[in-house]
Design a protein around this ligand. Structure first.
Ligand SMILES: O=c1ccn([C@@H]2O[C@H](COP(=O)(O)O)[C@@H](O)[C@H]2O)c(=O)[nH]1
Length: 225
């Protein structure tokens, strides 16, 4: 990876549009994040196409199933040579251990703790009697003990997790420039503040992809870092 910590989230339905956007901002990002929307629409072919840009590819598939199934999925994506893959920490220790064991040598496996679109009320509604901060720390500890490389959390938790897990790899989405719209994200922070708090990777989607001028937006974000 180059030294730019920004991974552009390409949550776009069309492959040609995703490729064009990535090509436009390629000099101002450190990698490309392909998530469920992209992978369900374009699969392995789409990932191979984006690889042609020469940037690291982060597969944000948020795998969450029984250990055997998740390990099988990890093996199936080896050929795509992802630099990072996400699984859900809520899948439990055995699932995380098996996912890491099945991953490629150069692939970081990171566990989603509490989605950045959730707040305390959302957690309570699904039976979790904890605030996002406490729950993220608890799942980070589990991911660490399961041998993962790091976690996904919001910028509000990354500092505290970093204290406990000095060499962890911390992926932070839910990032918005000062004047950015939060949309469906509930635990947001600016890219600079998240970087200062200890984020290793800054995941940024709509502030670039939906900007009137995506290149200018990517350059402006890069200038703040
Ligand atoms: O907790 C999480 C985990 C993953 N994401 C993903 O990051 C991007 C954020 O996109 P924006 O447009 O910048 O909001 C998106 O692909 C999510 O699937 C997340 O937001 N929160």
């Amino acid at each position: 990876m180059n030294s730019n910590p920004v991974y552009l989230a390409l949550d776009l339905p069309r492959l040609d549009a995703a490729e064009a956007l990535a090509r436009k901002v390629a000099g101002h990002i450190g990698g490309i994040k392909l998530g469920l929307e992209f992978f369900c629409a374009h699969g392995h072919h789409g990932v191979h196409e984006l690889h042609k840009l020469g940037l690291p590819i982060f597969l944000d598939l948020k795998l969450h199933d029984i250990p055997n199934t998740v390990a099988g999925a990890m093996q199936a994506i080896h050929v795509l040579e992802p630099s990072i893959v996400t699984i859900h920490a809520a899948g439990g220790r055995a699932m995380m251990e098996d996912a890491k064991a099945a991953a490629g040598e150069n692939c970081k496996v990171v566990a989603v703790t509490v989605l950045t679109s959730l707040d305390g009320g959302d957690l309570n509604a699904i039976g979790v009697d904890a605030e996002p901060h406490e729950q993220a720390l608890r799942l980070a500890e589990l991911a660490h003990s399961a041998g993962l490389d790091g976690i996904v959390c919001s910028g509000h938790e990354v500092g505290a997790v970093h204290q406990q897990w000095k060499d962890g790899y911390f992926v932070v989405p839910g990032l918005r420039p000062d004047d950015g719209r939060s949309g469906d994200q509930k635990r947001i922070m600016t890219p600079r503040a998240a970087r200062d708090a200890g984020a290793s990777v800054l995941v940024i989607g709509r502030p670039i992809s939906r900007a009137e001028d995506p290149l200018a937006a990517a350059i402006a974000i890069e200038a703040t870092l």
